[in-house]
Design a protein around this ligand. Structure first.
Ligand SMILES: [Zn+2]
Ligand SMILES: [Zn+2]
Length: 61
């Protein structure tokens, strides 16, 4: 099953910098290392989830 939060890309937008890659004031965001993207947790950055995981995600919506 394709992972929903990341649309199968394995990456999701960094919530700390809202995908901009910038930290507070100056410098890059430490969470995503300035890329604005972080590894997707539900699919462990693979972009795919098992049916079981997928069901859990559905329930969490
Ligand atoms: Zn970030
Ligand atoms: Zn994912």
């Amino acid at each position: 099953m394709k992972c929903k939060p990341c649309e199968g890309t394995g990456k999701t937008k960094c919530s700390d910098c809202n995908g901009e890659g910038l930290g507070y004031g100056h410098g890059k965001c430490m969470t995503c290392d300035g890329s604005g993207l972080i590894e997707c947790t539900p699919c462990e950055a693979s972009g795919k989830v098992s049916l079981f995981q997928w069901m859990n995600l559905k329930r969490a919506e």
